[in-house]
Design a protein around this ligand. Structure first.
Ligand SMILES: Nc1ncnc2c1ncn2[C@@H]1O[C@H](COP(=O)(O)OP(=O)(O)OP(=O)(O)O)[C@@H](O)[C@H]1O
Ligand SMILES: [Mg+2]
Length: 383
């Protein structure tokens, strides 16, 4: 069962409080009283008040001042205040609204009028609270589904990534096999010296370290990382490229990364990496489809409060009749595409990182520009 509404009646004249209380006694409200502004402020701080009937003219802290102070507190800012006053001059009414009152009622008032106004504002409060709750629920739902989308998209990259690991490991595995075989062959014809063995062991350990690092990069990428913090954007771009490097090499795609700015930014590193990965994979798909000798120029540069990370490819660009649709959910021109890659990039950049991603056609290809804030911003939507 919902709790009774609590009304606070504030007036320095006890008789006036009595009249108002008497009018409201059959309305099933819990009534509280204060005979001074100071008392009223204390009562509001210590109780859950749903509505205040507030006299203006009081010695000490007057009604306007009570309202002004109540409205600056988290607890009090949403409590409706109805001014009850003998003053009906326009100035007082204006001032009452200016300090946060929602309504006013002039003395002497009728019982019906008082009840109607109180009920109106309580109803409005209930509706407002309901609306606020719904907005919070909807926002939570939206964030949940965004999160699922981001994770699904990461999983969709998994196949690609396993292929990339296989490529990355081919060369070190071959080298290790050769080293081991050399040891065996040499041992057939001569005694092997300890320092030769040490040399071989060092070579193998070096390769093992490389393999372990690459697996670390992949594992980090798949981690559900939601931590905001400062990180080096150039390093993040480089790490993503390292993961894709063997595959890009196989398709003769050249990537060049350069920077003309301080590259530390604020956000969720893994989500930024996901954006980079999607842009690079899209460019790769396009090169392969069009059988183009692909080149991607990645330039990081200053853009006031943001760092701009630009990806210029030479893949012919995005056809003008679809360029305005490519960030929409489910839009794809690929046989096996899901059409969530760029939609997810937009969601991450705008909703999670407080930046943006845009595309234009420039020179002989597409130019994707990613804006990421350099510092934490207060108005950023943080999940
Ligand atoms: N660099 C590019 N050059 C030309 N067209 C591009 C480029 N990047 C993206 N596109 C176009 O944008 C479309 C949408 O890309 P998006 O990443 O959202 O989906 P997708 O790659 O088709 O599927 P997936 O969900 O698997 O990523 C692509 O299908 C492609 O037509
Ligand atoms: Mg894609």
């Amino acid at each position: 069962m919902s709790r009774k509404f609590t009304l606070l009646i504030v007036d320095d004249v006890a008789k006036n409080i009595q009249v108002a209380a008497n009018f409201l006694k059959d309305e099933n409200y819990k009534l509280m009283f204060a005979t001074s502004g100071e008392n009223a402020l204390r009562t509001i701080q210590e109780n859950e008040i749903d509505l205040i009937l507030l006299d203006i003219m009081m010695p000490g802290v007057d009604g306007f001042e009570v309202a002004r102070r109540v409205k600056t507190t988290t607890k009090g800012k949403n409590i409706p205040i109805i001014f009850v006053t003998a003053k009906s001059d326009e100035e007082s009414i204006k001032k009452g609204f200016a300090v946060g009152g929602v309504d006013y009622i002039t003395k002497p008032f009728h019982q019906e009028e008082l009840i109607a106004r109180v009920n109106n504002h309580l109803e409005l409060t209930v509706l407002r609270k309901d609306l606020e709750r719904k907005v919070i629920e909807e926002t939570e739902k939206r964030l949940k589904s965004q999160e699922m989308l981001i994770q699904t998209s990461k999983m969709a990259d998994m196949g690609d990534m396993i292929g990339a690991i296989a490529h990355q490991w081919k060369q070190p595995l071959n080298s290790m096999a050769i080293v081991v075989q050399e040891v065996l062959e040499t041992s057939k014809f001569e005694d092997i010296k300890t320092e030769d063995i040490q040399g071989c062991v060092d070579k193998v350990l070096d390769k093992v370290r490389f393999m372990s690092d690459t697996v670390g990069d992949f594992r980090n990428y798949f981690k559900l990382d939601k931590e905001y913090g400062y990180f080096d954007a150039q390093e993040a771009v480089q790490k993503v490229f390292n993961m894709l490097c063997p595959q890009f090499k196989k398709n003769s795609i050249k990537v060049h990364i350069s920077s003309s700015a301080e590259t530390v930014v604020y956000g969720i590193q893994n989500e930024f990496k996901q954006v980079v990965l999607n842009i690079l994979n899209n460019a790769r798909d396009n090169f392969i489809e069009k059988k183009i000798q692909g080149e991607i120029e990645i330039v990081l540069m200053d853009a006031k409060d943001f760092l701009s990370v630009n990806f210029q490819d030479n893949g012919g660009g995005v056809p003008e009749d679809i360029i305005y649709k490519i960030f929409e959910q489910n839009f794809t021109t690929k046989k096996n595409g899901n059409g969530i890659g760029l939609f997810m990039c937009k969601t991450i950049m705008q909703d999670h990182l407080g930046g943006d991603i845009t595309v234009t056609n420039k020179d002989d290809g597409a130019l994707f520009s990613v804006l990421i804030p350099k510092r934490s911003m207060n108005n950023q939507i943080i999940t």
